[in-house]
Design a protein around this ligand. Structure first.
Ligand code: TNX
Length: 490
């Protein structure tokens, strides 16, 4: 494969042809878009205005010297595919759906000089190479998980995380909202979950939670970027914060102390008390009501104190609770011990467990979301010198995150069984947004390319150079990142 380093787009598009003269934005450039395209056009104008200082406006009129966004039913590239044609006269972006236009806008951003990402006026020139790009994702679920339970992150920090992720065409934000160290989402019928359960975090900090309006703010913000929020309420294990809030969730009727350490596997809801199921029905009902996306994540991992047969019965029952809210259940791979509902998604993470249960899951119609810890866990150290992070799955350098294929990751699980790929950032050691960025970049773009680009378009030697070209963008956005020695940064 001959790398075309002049087109440093990540994830690599399905097809790129450099055929024309470049387009140069200037004082007469207009953005043309109709009513249905207006939202994405507004986003594009906002993305270009601060750094170019150009008087760009979105107009419904086709005009010369134009960047045009058009929905077009004949663009047969799926819900997120797009076509981008650039020549000296115009930039034409077309897609069947607004989400496709939005993904195409991310490509356009990356075709412009990195200084486009600054928030003050820069000199230019604002040249876009004369390309024809045809593009569509390989997988429909291209996720990033953020653990806001071990350490709490504010609404603005979560929005920042979304904004950095969408540059790489991530389309799912999985929020790990509850764990031993904190319960982060308000539930009206169980107010102590946040009254008590949100009051701390790993290391003993103040914690925090999202009132429903804050959660809705995040969901709406994600929605304007065509990102689906998948909320996770982790049960029956990882529940010390809930157990500390309500004595009746404990088998001995006694609430434990809040937990600020990092051990896992010690807590579990009392599975033979009726109040536990009232609790679960209320919680999933309230979370479903404020979640427009089709998925609720039930966790299910590492419930080490629950006997196997009880766990299996619970895994079956919790999916029914989710189904009764009209949503589809997602669970960590342990959930496959139960009877799977049609439409359930099993999230693979534990590389030490053999494929048997996953294969059984796909046989019964479930789909698999791939987050193998030795590839997709953003909380693993990059190398032995990384100050932050865990290493139970080994060190995960950029090349590890990049060089694997979803169709062969689990023996017997085929491409058709895979709904997508998700990078997961657990935050036991990740305390602030600088840390989040450091662990996320550059590995999230690597995972994003695994999830988006066709297998035969992916090649490490080519990726290294395209990834290197992202660094000036992160610098322009004041985003922290790991200067991996594997990447030829300039
Ligand atoms: C395992 S992965 C966990 C999390 C930890 C993570 C740390 C999974 C489903 N459970 O509770 O945060 O390891 O890497």
């Amino acid at each position: 494969m001959r790398p075309d380093r002049s087109i440093a787009v990540v994830p690599r598009p399905v097809s790129v042809v450099v055929a024309n003269d470049p387009f140069v934005l200037d004082g007469s450039t207009q953005v043309s878009a109709g009513g249905d395209e207006a939202a994405v056009a507004g986003y594009l104008v906002d993305a270009l205005r601060a750094s170019t200082g150009l008087p760009l406006t979105a107009t419904p009129e086709p005009a010369p010297g134009v960047i045009s966004l058009r929905l077009d039913g004949d663009i047969d590239l799926g819900a997120e595919g797009y076509r981008l044609d650039v020549d000296r006269e115009s930039v034409r972006l077309r897609a069947r759906e607004p989400a496709g236009l939005f993904r195409g806008v991310q490509t356009l951003r990356q075709l412009l000089p990195a200084t486009i990402e600054r928030d003050t006026v820069q000199p230019g020139p604002w040249q876009v190479p004369g390309v024809c790009i045809v593009d569509r994702p390989r997988f429909m679920w291209r996720g990033a998980m953020l653990d806001v339970a071990r350490h709490f992150f504010t609404v603005d920090e979560v929005k920042r995380f979304i904004d950095l992720a969408v540059l790489y065409k991530i389309n799912v934000l999985h929020l790990h909202l509850t764990d031993d160290q904190g319960w982060r989402i308000a539930i009206d019928r169980w107010p102590e979950l946040t009254g008590i359960g949100a009051s701390t975090e790993v290391g003993g900090g103040r914690g925090g939670f999202y009132p429903k309006a804050d959660y809705t703010d995040i969901v709406d913000y994600a929605g304007t970027r065509y990102v689906t929020v998948v909320p996770e309420i982790d049960v029956p294990g990882h529940t010390n914060a809930a157990l500390a809030s309500y004595p009746q969730l404990n088998c001995d009727g006694r609430a434990p102390q809040p937990f600020t350490g990092t051990q896992v596997g010690f807590s579990a809801l009392c599975l033979d008390r009726p109040s536990t199921y009232e609790f679960l029905a209320d919680v999933f009902d309230e979370v479903a009501a404020i979640t427009p996306g089709p998925f609720l994540h039930v966790g299910g991992d590492e419930a080490r104190t629950v006997p196997d047969h009880e766990y299996a019965a619970f895994a079956t029952r919790i999916q029914k609770i989710v189904a009764s809210t009209g949503k589809r259940a997602v669970g960590w791979q342990e959930m496959a011990a139960g009877t799977l509902e049609a439409g359930s998604v099993v999230q693979y993470w534990n590389i030490d467990e053999g494929p048997a249960r996953l294969l059984e899951a796909v046989r019964t119609g479930a789909q698999v979301l791939l987050s193998p810890a030795d590839r997709a866990y953003l909380d693993m150290r990059y190398d032995a010198r990384t100050a932050l992070g865990n290493d139970w799955a080994g060190c995960v350098e950029v090349r590890d995150a990049y060089e694997w294929d979803p169709a062969t990751a689990v023996d017997g699980v085929t491409e058709a069984d895979v709904i997508g790929v998700e990078a997961a950032l657990w935050t036991e050691t990740v305390a602030d947004i600088d840390d989040v960025e450091f662990m996320t970049f550059p590995r999230l773009p690597a995972i994003a390319e695994v999830a988006w680009s066709p297998a035969d378009r992916r090649e490490w030697e080519d990726f290294r150079f395209r990834l290197a070209a992202q660094a000036p963008r992160w610098e322009a956005m004041a985003a922290n990142f790991h200067r991996s020695p594997q990447i030829p940064w300039t």
